[in-house]
Design a protein around this ligand. Structure first.
Ligand SMILES: Cc1cc2nc3c(=O)[nH]c(=O)nc-3n(C[C@H](O)[C@H](O)[C@H](O)COP(=O)(O)OP(=O)(O)OC[C@H]3O[C@@H](n4cnc5c(N)ncnc54)[C@H](O)[C@@H]3O)c2cc1C
Length: 542
């Protein structure tokens, strides 16, 4: 890429941002304030990222809506009303568009522009980018805002292409209506997305077959509309709401209970679990006894409680057992929140196929064939999720100093400094990248921190006349060790999941590699602030 003439290398900007989800939109806004020439390149034809792509039935927040929106603008907070405590995708997409209009963002965003390659040109100290249609552009600074869950993966089952009915992946759902009435629908996948989609599809479907490989521990969402009085209260208390989020481990409104599960009596424990089970949102995951995600015996108590709940909600005892996870404890993988999921399996027109007993052999032109039977279908819904956190990086050919590929550098797991920069890749910042607190967070809270920190660093560079910044190998090593250390005490590092870099549908992602940052957002923020206060220690400027 770097051998071309300046004209052939496309338009030059101060900063190029890839992605127009919540991260890219906010980054654009902040950099404009610095007076920089910024261009955002976005694969989709609209803003919103996750909320633009994931239009599947049932898609909605697990975060409380009123903790999820941007907090930086009083005007946005004042003018936007969330209609539900956990709003559905159409409303969140409307919110993203409302923000884009309000801040006049679209004029600097180039839509329908999927970046296929980016390369650092050492001589020019510039990043060159190439879009799939061959267009190019370049900039001194490059910021990825490409999303932790934005690279959809299809299962590696033979025959996928041969199916003659309707077929959709939840992460690239069509923009037009999709109907289920009178149809035989199959859903493959029972993660957070599958659980939402299955519950919604079951309401109108002719017949539904759910193909389950790994059951998850699902907890009730308890969504409800926001009435006028609650709306007024939320608006009046936004500063307190965001302060509470700031103080909590994952920036959710829920804070861990200071007690240990094993210190209280079984009666007190049971009553507390029952209370959490009856409350909205992630309280049962994030606001539980402080040892349930760390101590195996403590975890066993909540896991047993959840097991009993599934048994009480599913009428057929054999079916209930199939829906109970056996390979991980509650909360050690992403907890899907549900609104009547288990009751779906009491419907006469819903069937659960356990793929651990009878694996799928192939997709046929007319349905799904397992080792035991053929299931004729009019529609297949792939709720098979994403190549998480590093997937969107792997799908771009990213080359740093000396043409070194990021994909190769990260072959044994990501290595970063603060989850925001990478040695050997100067002037590149990775918002919500691997080993960043944002990967284990009520994400917009961490997006705001990421963007504001990166913006401050860029302001610092301008004030000092620097044109190049790069994390040192030593700082990167120190951060990577710290990240791995934070993971060691968490039970989830002993379980296969996307947080541990496992995706059976992606070549090379069968080995556990720690993807997230488990030290908590407050500690992460403190580290970032210390680095800034020390004149950006661990970075070399030129
Ligand atoms: C179904 C679903 C529900 C979720 N619910 C919650 C929730 O309740 N709470 C929570 O905190 N988080 C939730 N998340 C996580 C969610 O991804 C984040 O909250 C947030 O939206 C991330 O914003 P982002 O801008 O960093 O990334 P994204 O929203 O993923 O945006 C990334 C953008 O980059 C673009 N892009 C990627 N690669 C390229 C490329 N090569 N070239 C050009 N453009 C590119 C994509 O098209 C996309 O628009 C959910 C995720 C999913 C999938």
């Amino acid at each position: 890429m770097s051998t071309m003439s300046a004209a052939g290398r496309g338009e030059a900007y101060d900063v190029i941002v890839i992605g127009a989800g919540l991260s890219g939109m906010y980054q654009l806004y902040r950099l404009r304030e610095l007076g920089l020439r910024v261009r955002v390149f976005e694969a989709g034809d609209g803003v919103g990222g996750t909320w633009y792509w994931n239009r599947y039935p049932g898609a909605r927040f697990d975060s409380e809506s009123w903790t999820y929106g941007y907090s930086f603008s009083e005007e946005l907070l004042r003018e936007w009303d969330w209609s539900e405590h956990f709003s559905a995708q159409p409303e969140t997409l409307r919110y993203c568009n409302f923000v884009a209009d309000k801040l006049d963002l679209r004029r600097d965003i180039e839509f329908n522009s999927r970046i296929k390659a980016v390369a650092y040109d050492e001589a020019a100290n510039e990043w060159e980018i190439e879009i799939v249609d061959g267009r190019r552009a370049r900039a001194r600074l490059l910021i990825t805002a490409i999303g932790p869950l934005s690279a959809p993966t299809m299962p590696t089952i033979p025959g996928v292409e041969s199916f003659r009915g309707e077929a959709y992946h939840t992460g690239t759902w069509p923009h037009g209506p999709v109907t289920f009435a009178g149809k035989r629908v199959g859903v493959i996948g029972t993660g957070a997305t599958g659980v939402q989609a299955i519950t919604e599809i079951a309401k109108t479907v002719g017949h539904l077959t759910v193909f389950q490989r790994t059951p998850n521990w699902c907890a009730p969402l308890h969504n409800s509309p926001i009435d006028a009085a609650t709306q007024a209260h939320i608006k009046a208390t936004y500063p307190e709401i965001f302060a509470r989020c700031r103080d909590s481990f994952g920036c959710f409104i829920h804070q861990a209970d200071p007690r240990n599960a094993l210190e209280v009596t079984p009666e007190v424990r049971e009553a507390f679990y029952e209370k959490l089970y009856g409350e909205p949102g992630f309280g049962i995951w994030m606001g539980n006894f402080r040892d349930v995600l760390i101590d195996r015996d403590a975890n066993a108590t909540i896991t047993e409680f959840m097991r009993r709940k599934i048994r009480s909600r599913v009428r057929d005892p054999k079916l209930a057992e199939t829906l109970i996870p056996t390979n991980h404890g509650f909360g050690t993988r992403r907890v899907p929140l549900e609104s009547g999921y288990y009751e779906v399996y009491n419907q006469p027109n819903v069937r659960l196929v356990d793929l651990r007993e009878t694996p799928i052999e192939r997709i046929t032109p007319t349905g799904v064939r397992t080792s035991a039977a053929e299931y004729p279908l009019n529609m297949i819904v792939y709720a098979t999720g994403f190549d998480a956190i590093t997937g969107s990086f792997d799908r771009i050919d990213i080359r740093g100093v000396g043409g070194r590929r990021l994909r190769e550098k990260w072959a044994d797991g990501p290595r970063t400094y603060l989850g925001l920069q990478i040695a050997g890749f100067p002037n590149l910042f990775t918002l919500v990248g691997p080993h960043n607190a944002a990967t284990y967070c009520n994400i917009p809270r961490c997006i705001e921190q990421n963007v504001e920190w990166v913006t401050a660093l860029i302001r610092h560079m301008r004030e000092k006349g620097h044109v190049r910044v790069e994390a040192t190998a030593e700082a990167e090593r120190g951060w990577t060790e710290h990240v791995l250390e934070t993971g060691r005490r968490m039970l989830f590092t002993q379980v296969d999941s996307w947080m541990m870099g496992i995706n059976s549908n992606v070549v090379g992602k069968q080995k556990r590699t720690f993807m997230v940052y488990a030290g908590g957002a407050p500690k992460y923020r403190e580290r970032c602030d210390q680095v800034a206060a020390a004149g950006y220690s661990g970075f070399v400027f030129a």
